[in-house]
Design a protein around this ligand. Structure first.
Ligand code: SF4
Ligand code: SF4
Length: 300
């Protein structure tokens, strides 16, 4: 794994740094730390919320059952530390009690925060019609003088009504901006607005978008992002690429139960051998086929 991508939040980054320091001291190297921000309203920066006092006591709690992050609990409502805004719970409430709350950072907060977080890379979630907002963010990041290995640009076609040609045009506009500010791009193509852990369809859509966009995309590594899951690799031929793959909710679903159980035991996962082995085994199942593919295709 080359990069971990977390929310631009001081507590989250502190926890991620602890993990990365542990990796470095045990393995001699650690992945980049990338923080995610957005140039406008975006599902990645929303949280679900409802007033649990309004829930009828006999509600069968479909919201809780559908949540892949185990973020909804009877006594506490939505645990915002676990909610990652996938939106699956929103339509399930028969009383329409669940709202989405936007949490994306404002431009004024961004500069000082980035200086404090000092990440290795930043991911900007963008959308059509937000070029000016995107430029403002890149300007703030550049003037913060934090040396960034890459600025990742995350954008998809679905949900924005874009063809892949229109998406490529949006990426080229962002490429000009990044070039102007001397920043190196990394393109994250979202086949679906959020990474998915269900169905072969999401994986197929993500790969199809990548394949169509590759010949007309601007320079820079082009990664598969939203809609990726364990099926993704089965949709690829012996073609050159993708440059990388981002796993979001699929990775969370594999590892989170072990983290929650470790927390319940008041231990870190590394202090609980059974949980550690199981979590590592789940993570390896996701990643190993990609390493094997890289070896077969002869790329470094
Ligand atoms: S279903 Fe998704 S949006 Fe709803 S609480 Fe769970 S993680 Fe958050
Ligand atoms: S489905 Fe609606 S009423 Fe039922 S527990 Fe969830 S939020 Fe409350």
């Amino acid at each position: 794994m080359h990069c971990i991508d977390v929310a631009a939040d001081i507590a989250v980054v502190r926890a991620a740094r602890q993990g990365l320091d542990w990796v470095k001291s045990n393995y001699g190297n650690s992945p980049w730390l990338m923080v995610s921000i957005s140039d406008g309203k975006d599902p990645h920066f929303r949280k679900a919320w409802f007033d649990r006092n309004k829930c009828p006591t006999d509600c069968p709690r479909p919201c809780e059952a559908i949540c892949p992050a185990d973020a909804i609990q009877e006594l506490t409502g939505v645990n915002s530390n676990r909610c990652y805004g996938c939106g699956r719970c929103l339509p399930t409430c028969p009383l329409g009690l669940i709202n989405e709350i936007d949490h994306h950072l404002g431009l004024k907060e961004l500069g000082p925060l980035i200086k404090k977080l000092s990440p290795d890379a930043v991911e900007i979630h963008t959308a059509p019609g937000r070029l000016e907002a995107f430029k403002s963010i890149v300007k703030v990041l550049t003037t913060s003088q934090i040396p960034l290995n890459r600025i990742a640009v995350s954008c998809g076609s679905e949900g924005h009504g874009l063809t892949h040609e229109a998406l490529a045009k949006e990426l080229w506009q962002r490429y000009s901006c990044l070039k102007e500010y001397g920043q190196r791009p990394l393109w994250q193509l979202d086949g679906r607005p959020m990474s998915g852990d269900i169905g072969k369809g999401t994986a197929r859509v993500a790969v199809a978008l990548w394949r169509k966009t590759l010949p007309i995309a601007p320079p820079g590594p082009l990664q598969l992002a939203g809609g990726t899951n364990a099926q993704t690799i089965t949709h690829l031929n012996n073609e050159n690429g993708p440059a990388g793959i981002a796993f979001g909710s699929m990775a969370r679903k594999a590892v989170q139960p072990w983290l929650i159980e470790a927390q319940a035991r008041q231990k870190s996962l590394t202090e609980w051998p059974e949980g550690w082995e199981n979590a590592m085994s789940q993570a390896k199942q996701l990643i190993k086929p990609w390493l094997a593919r890289k070896e077969i295709l002869g790329r470094g």
